[in-house]
Ligand binder design. Structure first.
Ligand code: UGA
Length: 457
């Protein structure tokens, strides 16, 4: 099928590449010529396992094109995916200007029946706004109401996780499609069904529903997952106070199939481009509808405080003034297998250590370039603090003479380090682990003073 993807960010690029991989003819549009240049020169602007290979392969077969040509992009696809950013406004609600601009362009140039798919995470009611914008544009062209320019707006939220995005796209748990119950909606449904047929071979994974419920489903899913994490983080703080082990508690409750094991890991708080933004946007949507989501307000508060829990532990051990101390930090991205540092806990933790006078020597397997960029921005007004941060190119290099090791992301390579070597080069054998990577007993045997999240010391 002929597909257009508007926006080559995470969701757009992964969607475009994967749809090309299964045989579609995909046109990816971005307004940013730099991104398109990178892609046309064989580069990939984001780090995502497997993506580079798929793009190289599908490009070689002529099934994926990258361009800034808006008119050509609209003319190309019978299905137009809108996968542009929806950054938070100052008030926390999703900023829809890029989504509506994409809709405007579709209305301006469309040349036949189009299925317009909202793939970006957008608040309930956005499909209707997209529809109005396209209609207004068609009317301005004198083409409103003509069958040759008919369209249907579909909501098809994306549930992929960064770091496993290709895998998630290729093997989805479910495909949610919100569609209007009218003649054009039925035509759109047929096209969506054909597009996703290869993912439904073994069993049908598509859930069809009305458009508003599909839009809501995306937010409710992320809000539920964020709630589980904040819940476990709260439990871990209590476990610290009553001397219980949150890891044992996690296994104990996860074995109940009604609860399940996923997303029950206590840590330094959730980050990334989705949970913080989506929880906030849902709280906003509720406010706009005269309703309060008290649980989600608490989920946000707990997460905000959780990003300081490790700093609190460090202060309890080493005191508030950390002048003259050096910390080795392992892990900067908000989670493993990505270089994404949006809302990453490392930004708050490192800023707090630097603000208390410490030096920080930090390592991440893939996020060093991104770290250089974000810390230069975060600490633009604190050049003294920025000067005390160094980014090093191996995990060992971070350690020599450090007062403690601080772990902020659970990259695989941090899971079984050479502890003998570590203790021989650290000034003090102290680990503050924000991801509960090691067993407290094993650490005690090695003579390491080990502080984790909700685990016995
Ligand atoms: C999340 C959802 O998991 C995806 O289903 C969704 O499609 C995506 O948002 C989105 O809306 O686009 P993502 O932000 O890539 O995906 O990352 P997650 O793996 O969900 O992790 C989010 C944060 O929660 C990370 O900071 C992670 O460290 C933290 N986390 C996760 C925990 O602290 N504990 C856990 O048990 C799980």
């Amino acid at each position: 099928m002929k597909i257009t993807i508007i926006g080559t960010g995470y969701v757009g690029l992964v969607t475009g590449a994967c749809l090309a991989e299964i045989g579609n003819d995909v046109f990816c549009l971005d307004v940013d010529p730099r991104k398109i240049d990178i892609l046309n020169n064989g580069g990939v602007p984001i780090h995502e396992p497997g993506l580079r290979e798929i793009i190289a392969r599908t490009r070689a077969h002529g099934r994926i094109t990258f361009s800034t040509d808006v008119k050509a992009s609209v003319e190309h696809g019978e299905i137009q995916f809108i996968a542009v950013g929806t950054p938070p406004d100052e008030d926390g609600s999703a900023d829809l200007q890029y989504v509506l601009e994409a809709a405007r362009n579709i209305g301006r140039y469309m040349n036949g029946f189009k299925v317009i798919v909202d793939k970006s995470t957008v608040p309930v009611g956005t499909a209707e706004r997209v529809r109005s914008v396209v209609m207004a544009e068609l009317e301005a062209r004198g083409a409103g109401g003509s069958d040759a320019h008919s369209f249907s707006v579909v909501s098809n939220p994306e549930f992929l996780k960064e770091g496993a995005a290709v895998e998630d796209f290729m093997r989805p748990d479910r495909i949610v499609i919100g569609i209007d119950d009218d003649e054009r909606g039925r035509l759109a449904r047929e096209k969506m069904k054909r597009l996703y047929a290869p993912f439904n071979r073994n069993h049908e994974r598509t859930l069809y529903m009305d458009v508003r419920s599909a839009e809501f489903t995306k937010y409710a899913a992320n809000a539920m997952l964020a709630t589980r994490i904040s819940f476990m983080n709260e439990m871990s703080n209590l476990a610290d106070r009553v001397g219980a082990d949150i890891e044992a508690v996690r296994r104990g409750i996860g074995s109940d199939p009604r609860i399940g094991y996923h997303f029950l890991y206590a840590g330094v708080g959730y980050g990334g481009s989705c949970f913080p933004k989506d929880v906030q946007a849902l709280v906003r949507t509720a406010g706009e509808n005269g309703h309060r989501l008290r649980i989600l307000e608490a989920v946000e508060d707990v997460n905000h405080e959780q990003k300081q829990v490790l700093v609190q532990k460090i202060e309890n051990v080493l005191g508030r003034d950390l002048t003259g101390r050096t910390f080795a930090v392992w892990g900067l991205s908000f989670k493993p297998n990505t270089d994404d540092m949006r809302e990453a806990p490392s930004r708050r933790v490192i800023a707090a250590l630097l603000a208390r006078g410490a030096r920080v020597r930090a390592y991440d397997p893939v996020a060093l370039d991104e770290a250089r960029r974000v810390f230069a921005l975060d600490l633009a007004h604190e050049p003294d603090a920025l000067a005390r941060l160094s980014l090093v190119s191996s995990q060992e290099e971070a350690l020599p003479d450090a007062d403690a090791l601080v772990i902020l992301t659970e990259w695989k390579e941090f899971k079984s380090p050479d502890f003998m070597h570590m203790t021989s080069v650290l000034k003090n054998s102290v680990i503050f682990d924000g991801r509960n990577l090691y067993e407290p007993e094993a650490m005690a045997e090695l003579g390491i003073d080990y502080y984790a999240i909700g685990r016995p010391h």
